[in-house]
Design a protein around this ligand. Structure first.
Ligand SMILES: Nc1ncnc2c1ncn2[C@@H]1O[C@H](COP(=O)(O)OP(=O)(O)O)[C@@H](O)[C@H]1O
Ligand SMILES: [Mg+2]
Length: 332
């Protein structure tokens, strides 16, 4: 595995105007993904994971009732010629050229990217033609190759079907084929297997891992499922209320979680290897971003909160080796 980062996110901030006032959905997060590496971004629903991925893709739009989108920080992307580009500084047209070519994204629901009235082979070929100067015949050959690569049986004839003629798992494979048709350097996967049953989920995770090795892609894998994290990640960043509260190599995180929130997440999943293991959900729920508590955002739910300190001041980042944690319990 080479050590070159494909993407480095520095102090990313995303503010959204909602009916409840302005919220900081992403409140200054930093991370990097290297070539051939999978970073999992985990956390409860509403933590800011999807907003982070959409900010990187520059796909963030003001939603229903949303008034303004402000994005700050830097998103440094290393392109094929080893030049570094700040995606936040790109003109919309230049960003459009990078999307699907240098960075690609897959979602939970394949129909968000598939066109229901176009044959799947044509869709993949069109994605290739949008970015590469090749003939339509070459593009279609590539489309069929991609369908074969993602494990679709009889790809030449399947290339002529419409998305609704395929099962959910097969549609997911088509979406992956389309995302990877131009061999992007970074793949962002936002809960891509959440809607699939466990057998199909395992197949899709295997597929992503295999293609990642083949193309030495960086993968930012977003999920709330720690079982999936264990299967796919090299490193893990745990997100809570718009911040990364802990980051570590996957084995270290599972063996020695440092942040009380990470410990809570791990204690709230049933462990199949330990019969009789008691599942303890984290008490309470994530606060509304419009009404964040003083001090550490996790403090009202934290069994280990220090009276005074944790309630007053946001914790600093404490780094040790290849991991980091934002928590007063670990401050010297
Ligand atoms: N376009 C938008 N306008 C206003 N608020 C948004 C918008 N998109 C997401 N949010 C809010 O931002 C927060 C983070 O959402 P999201 O990133 O989707 O969380 P998740 O970690 O579950 O992916 C949530 O409180 C959500 O309601
Ligand atoms: Mg999400």
């Amino acid at each position: 595995m080479t050590e070159q980062p494909v993407i480095e996110v520095h102090d990313l901030r995303v503010s959204l105007g909602t009916d409840d006032g302005n919220i900081e959905a992403v409140a200054g997060i930093s991370f990097r993904v290297r070539e051939g590496e999978t970073l999992a971004l985990v956390g409860e629903s509403g933590a800011g994971k999807s907003v982070t991925s959409l900010a990187i893709m520059r796909l963030l739009q003001a939603g229903e009732g949303s008034k303004a989108v402000g994005i700050g920080g830097r998103i440094l992307f290393r392109d094929r010629d080893a030049g570094t580009i700040d995606l936040l500084g790109l003109q919309p047209e230049a960003m459009r050229r990078m999307r699907g070519h240098d960075l690609a994204m897959i979602f939970q629901e394949p129909m968000t990217c598939l066109n229901p009235v176009m044959r799947v082979g044509d869709q993949i070929a069109e994605a290739v033609l949008a970015h590469e100067k090749v003939s339509s015949r070459t593009a279609m050959t590539r489309a069929i190759d991609m369908l074969r690569l993602v494990g679709i049986p009889d790809p030449a004839s399947r290339s002529r079907v419409f998305p609704h003629e395929l099962s959910g798992g097969m549609r997911q494979r088509v979406m992956i084929a389309m995302a990877l048709a131009c061999q992007p350097r970074l793949l962002i996967a936002d809960e891509p297997t959440t809607a699939l049953d466990v057998t199909v989920q395992a197949q899709v995770l295997d597929l992503i891992r295999r293609l990642q090795r083949e193309f030495s892609m960086g993968v930012l894998f977003i999920t709330h499922d720690l079982g999936v994290v264990a299967q796919i990640a090299d490193r893990v960043a745990v997100m809570y209320a718009g911040r990364i509260v802990e980051e570590a190599p996957v084995e270290d995180l599972f063996a020695h979680p440092l942040h009380p929130y990470t410990r809570g997440l791990l204690a709230s999943v049933p462990d199949a290897t330990q019969a009789g293991n008691i599942v303890q959900p984290i008490p309470g729920s994530m606060p509304a971003l419009s009404h964040l508590p003083q001090g550490c955002s996790f403090q009202p739910r934290c069994h280990a909160a220090l009276a005074g300190r944790c309630e007053r001041e946001a914790p600093p980042a404490i780094a040790a080796g290849c991991r980091s944690v934002h928590c007063w319990l670990h401050a010297a």
